[in-house]
Design a protein around this ligand. Structure first.
Ligand code: TYM
Length: 330
């Protein structure tokens, strides 16, 4: 039986939150032992919003060091920088030709982002999901491990794969999103109706993977809860529900186990423990990161070898696509 193929990526657009970690990277680690995995640092996606060039370079290497520190293993997975494999852009163009403007304008993330910056809307922000579809389809991907907010984009990739296959004959595998229940949508600690995001103006809303222990303790302590005073999982206690999800992912306890453990105890005790399980998991990652980030030669070796492996596979699909649409072989 052939091994399933996994593809996913994170944008190097600043520091990562535990939302990115829980929704994506943490799940990637488990998958590398079972499947053929491709994990990309999607710098082409990052320029859909303005970036300072030197920061983008730094953030790209930082993210690579974080991938490795979290446990991605270049011996098991292909780890690469998106802009190093031009096939992503070449396939994007072909997929643009079968993408409908109507469908792209209905993408939730585009609608949200375009409302925020109506004046200087760039075209890349609009076609961003097509680039993401190209990322996924180039590798004949079966599974795409992401957080809930990317589900609609993976569905677009499915649509485009099917549309292309119908029009030009079977070419792409139709991928599926892989979204874990507890970590699908980690919410802001300051507003549990909003997704935790590094672009939040309020720094207390998110915890960064590289936050030090005291910062983590302080942010969790300040997390918005309610006046019920019971650690119970329901739709009325959104702040507590979010903290329970976080605790569950980091401790491995089920929601039921957490409810039992904190039965009769107040939010103070619970919050202290939430902070400690986060610190316990992040501390070794931070130590590893600090080691790796100074080892530029090693990072370069990892992304160079990754590029070679990714490009080989991507070009196989791209050649097929170019032939099917009627381009003469180069
Ligand atoms: P990005 O960089 O915004 O986020 C990276 C991953 O983190 C997940 N995530 C969350 N999960 C749970 N709770 C949260 N609060 C939270 N915030 C972020 C995201 O769902 C994502 O999985 N377009 C993508 C990157 C991308 C990609 C791809 C992903 C480009 N090409 C191909 C998969 C396959 C993005 O901007 O993710």
């Amino acid at each position: 039986m052939e091994q399933k193929i996994v593809f996913s990526g994170v944008q190097p657009s600043g520091e990562l939150t535990i939302g990115n970690y829980i929704g994506a990277i943490k799940n990637w680690i488990e998958l590398q032992d079972k499947y053929t995995c491709y994990y990309s640092i999607v710098d082409l996606h990052a320029i859909t919003v303005p970036q300072v060039p030197k920061d983008l370079r730094k953030n790209t290497l930082d993210l690579l060091a974080i991938y490795l520190a979290c446990g991605l293993d270049p011996e098991k997975s292909t780890i690469f920088i998106q802009s190093h494999v031009p096939a992503h852009l070449e396939l994007t163009w072909v997929l643009n030709s079968i993408s409908y403007m109507g469908q792209l304008s209905r993408m939730t993330q585009f609608k949200e982002k375009s409302q925020r910056s109506e004046e200087n809307l760039n075209a890349a922000l609009f076609t961003y999901p097509v680039l993401m579809a190209a990322d996924i389809l180039l590798y004949q991907t079966d599974l795409v491990p992401v957080g809930e907010d990317q589900k609609q984009h993976v569905e677009l990739a499915r649509d485009l794969a099917e549309r292309f296959n119908n029009r030009y004959s079977e070419t792409f595998k139709v991928p599926e999103p892989l979204i874990k229940k507890e970590g699908a949508r980690i919410m802001s600690l300051q507003n549990p109706e909003k997704k935790m995001s590094k672009s939040d103006d309020n720094q207390n809303g998110y915890i960064l993977i590289l936050d030090d222990p005291d910062t983590i303790r302080r942010k969790v302590k300040r997390a918005v809860t309610d006046s019920k005073g019971e650690v119970k999982y329901n739709d009325e206690q959104l702040g507590i529900r979010n903290l329970m999800n976080i605790y569950s992912v980091f401790s491995g306890n089920t929601i039921e186990e957490i409810e039992n453990k904190y039965d009769g105890l107040g939010y103070g005790d619970f919050k202290e423990d939430v902070a400690e399980v986060i610190i316990k998991e992040l501390y070794p990652i931070q130590e590893k990161y600090n080691e790796l980030i100074n080892n530029k030669d090693y990072l370069e070796k990892v992304y160079s070898e990754g590029r070679e492996k990714a490009e080989y596979v991507a070009m196989k699909t791209l050649r097929k696509v170019y032939r099917k649409v009627g381009f003469i072989q180069r």
